[in-house]
Design a protein. Structure first.
Length: 472
């Protein structure tokens, strides 16, 4: 337990271990539908059909009930069209959204953080309706055949759709998702030979892609200008074989004296699977000058930077300049406890998206070969050490020897855990801070410099090859 007057992030760890009414039932319904996707939704066998009808039963009494019941019946009878499959994807998303909301309420109660009121405008008009319809058609065929029915011919059907979408900025979000999804599917073909199916993951990717084909779902969100000081807390680096994203979590202090707000700023880039180690930082730096500020431990001064209702900054380097030094742990102790959390956009309400910045202090560490655990006031909180990127100096050893931690509170596999973004530890009797994103803007650290040089050589070779291909 961290006292409020010390700016503690997680105020009541015991709240995170209490059962949540209805959560298990909602997840059971989702799991049943996900198992049906394994063998496919074209005349599913009776044991899998029960998962489809179970999804409809879980939505009973909601505005979706009638449509989901019809869609489930048509699917079980082998007569489902694209509209019915879209309805089932929406139902699954609604159930997971309810789980997200319940978990978020639990986190708010544990941290005691204020929540802002945000409204999200209705989606705008459709973008490139023909491409969205083509993507929805391919996704429907994929669901009918199921994961055990995939083959290279089926998976390759998405390639021309992705190629047509990538040049269109508004469609790049869906294109990147489909590109990564098809890469995973292609690596697993044929489906009949799969020994293990990532059931929840592929169902998540499928249902999200289906919903993004809805008219208006990809319309850029409305924004408001944000002027003031941005205080970085840490960087969450997310890698896939085909893409990489750096998401900077920060506190924004408005220049007009309004309450501080939790915000995020992100940059994404395509990534060949040969770019590893510190290489992803080199792909991202040209798109986000904020990464340099993170490495240097500085704030940034923003001038009318677009900010969405969901707390995402639409980054533009021309509207930001480097500010004064700002230590993340000072920000976490002084400003973070009063920062307002933004509401989550409807399509982003998913348990996997839960990432609440917290400051933990006064814990002890338990460690074995399998996991590291923080113990606060007798309550255990797992450490998601596998989420710490190798492209930085933060190591499991530094986490185990730490006395304070800035992290992201997450939920996975039925329990809460914390993903370290930075820790304070003692080196030669001095307290030092070690940040996962310390190499984001470059580094003179010996280990980091070696990793940077290796990454530079790999990226240079790839750029040279790409240039030759463009000239031929």
């Amino acid at each position: 337990m961290v006292p409020a007057d010390q700016g503690g992030g997680v105020m009541r760890v015991d709240v995170l271990t209490e059962p949540i009414a209805g959560l298990d039932e909602a997840l059971t319904a989702v799991d049943g539908f996900d198992r049906a996707l394994v063998t496919g939704l074209l005349r599913p066998p009776s044991d899998r059909a029960a998962g489809v009808t179970g999804l409809a039963h879980a939505l009973g009494g909601t505005p979706l009930a009638a449509r989901v019941t019809e869609a489930a019946a048509k699917t079980v009878a082998g007569a489902a069209d694209e509209e019915h499959l879209l309805t089932l994807a929406a139902a699954r998303n609604a159930l997971l959204g309810s789980v997200h909301d319940a978990l978020t309420s639990c986190v708010d109660a544990a941290i005691g953080r204020p929540t802002g009121e945000s409204s999200f405008p209705a989606p705008g008009g459709p973008l490139a309706a023909n491409l969205l319809a083509a993507a929805r058609s391919w996704l429907s065929e994929l669901a009918r055949g199921g994961w055990t029915g995939i083959d290279h011919e089926t998976v390759s059907g998405a390639a021309p759709i992705v190629s047509a979408m990538l040049p269109v900025p508004e469609l790049r979000r869906l294109a990147t998702l489909l590109d990564g999804f098809t890469a995973e599917l292609a690596a697993s073909c044929p489906g009949t030979a799969l020994e293990r199916v990532p059931v929840r993951r592929w169902a998540d990717l499928w249902s999200r892609a289906v919903l993004l084909t809805l008219p208006g779902a990809l319309t850029p969100p409305a924004t408001a200008p944000a002027t003031g000081r941005l205080l970085p807390l840490g960087v969450d680096l997310q890698e896939h074989a085909t893409a990489v994203q750096a998401q900077v979590h920060a506190v924004f202090e408005p220049a007009d004296g309004g309450p501080p707000r939790l915000v995020r700023a992100a940059a994404s880039a395509p990534k060949p699977d040969t770019v590893v180690g510190a290489g992803p930082w080199q792909l991202l730096r040209p798109h986000l000058s904020l990464l340099n500020a993170v490495s240097e431990g500085r704030a940034m001064d923003l001038s009318a930077m677009p900010l969405t209702a969901g707390g995402d900054l639409i980054w533009n380097d021309e509207q930001a300049r480097a500010g004064e030094p700002a230590a993340p742990f000072t920000t976490a102790r002084v400003v973070l406890p009063t920062a307002i959390r933004a509401a989550t956009a409807p399509l982003d309400r998913h348990p996997a998206g839960l990432a609440a910045p917290v400051l933990l202090e006064g814990y002890t560490v338990e460690q074995d070969a399998a996991e590291t655990t923080f113990v606060l006031a007798g309550h255990r909180l797992a450490v998601a050490a596998d989420r710490v990127p190798i492209a930085g100096p933060l190591t499991p050893g530094a986490v185990a020897a730490s006395s304070a931690c800035i992290g992201l509170l997450r939920w996975d596999g039925g329990t809460f855990s914390v993903q370290p973004l930075a820790v304070e530890t003692t080196v030669r009797k001095k307290t030092v801070a070690v940040h996962a994103g310390a190499w984001a803007g470059g580094t003179s650290d010996k280990v980091g410099a070696r990793a940077e040089k290796a990454a530079t050589d790999a990226v240079a070779v790839l750029r040279e090859r790409a240039g030759k291909l463009l000239r031929t």
